[in-house]
Design a protein around this ligand. Structure first.
Ligand code: FES
Length: 277
């Protein structure tokens, strides 16, 4: 394979065109389908972003009063604009104009938690920002400043978004608990209960598998033997952490599934199969 001179600007001091890097003009020498994973990633993330945005602004079919099903995209619903029965924590916020989603208090934090997630960073740095698109494929950027400047320095706040995400997981758990509601007002279980509860459990699994959570559990300790409880928690979180990518994608799917199912039942398109009540 012949090596032609590098085309990058002389002024580049970082990145693949810097003077210290191998002088290879081809963007990559890979012959496999290296572009498939980034393409699948961008399609998956794009689908979720479009779906979540449309549903968040829809203000329709997000609450099933008979069975107390609330979609996670509207939880908690704290505005006087929320449909009757869906505001479990009251309505401290007045009516909201149509251009503000009813779940506006939770959506930005969830978005920031996911956007700053270590796994998602890898995914969209590659698939969206091409930095780099894949191993051994040169990126188009001529400079690399890492996460040391705005806006990417915000990634360092991920550890704080974790705490907000944990609070949101508690709210999702409450939503799951009240979905055990029968039509006559007593105890009940339907397919929606199972979907909402399964989604809440998986959201917990994703949240607890966070790298920041793992550090909170076992970081900055000199001797695990002196902290058996934290060591036990750290081993559990570490086991979950090995599945973090899987949980990241699974919960995107279960969020869509849960919202879509609640929408179908709330709109009367389907009826909820009931096991009890
Ligand atoms: Fe992914 Fe924290 S690293 S949620």
């Amino acid at each position: 394979m012949s090596a032609a001179p590098v085309k990058g600007p002389e002024s580049s001091t970082t990145g693949v065109f810097s003077k210290g890097r191998a002088a290879i003009s081809a963007r990559t020498l890979r012959t496999d389908s290296w572009w498939v994973p980034p393409l699948v990633t961008v399609l998956g993330l794009g689908t979720f972003v479009i779906y979540a945005t449309v549903r968040s602004f829809a203000r329709a079919a997000y609450w099933v009063n008979d069975y107390h099903y609330l979609t996670p995209f509207y939880s908690p619903c704290l505005s006087a604009s929320c449909v009757e029965g869906s505001s479990h924590l009251g309505t401290p916020i007045g009516h909201l104009p149509m251009w503000i989603p009813l779940g506006f208090l939770v959506l930005p934090f969830l978005l920031l938690f996911r956007l700053t997630c270590y796994y998602y960073r890898k995914a969209y740095y590659r698939a969206v920002w091409f930095s780099p698109p894949a191993c051994a494929v040169a990126e188009p950027h001529q400079k690399y400043t890492g996460e040391t400047k705005l806006p990417l320095i915000i990634q360092n706040a991920h550890r704080y978004f974790f705490f907000v995400a944990a609070i949101i997981a508690v709210i999702n758990t409450y939503d799951a608990a009240i979905s055990f509601h029968g039509k006559d007002g007593g105890f009940g279980i339907g397919l929606g209960t199972i979907i909402i509860t399964g989604n809440a459990l998986l959201l917990w699994a994703y949240t607890l598998s966070c790298h920041s959570c793992r550090h909170i559990a076992g970081g900055r300790l000199k001797h695990f033997s002196a902290h058996p409880v934290r060591y036990w928690f750290w081993t559990k979180v570490s086991a979950l952490n090995t599945r973090h990518m899987l949980l990241a994608w699974t919960t995107l799917g279960t969020l869509i599934l849960t919202d879509f199912y609640v929408m179908l039942v709330a709109s009367g398109t389907i009826s909820d199969p009931r096991l009890i009540g």
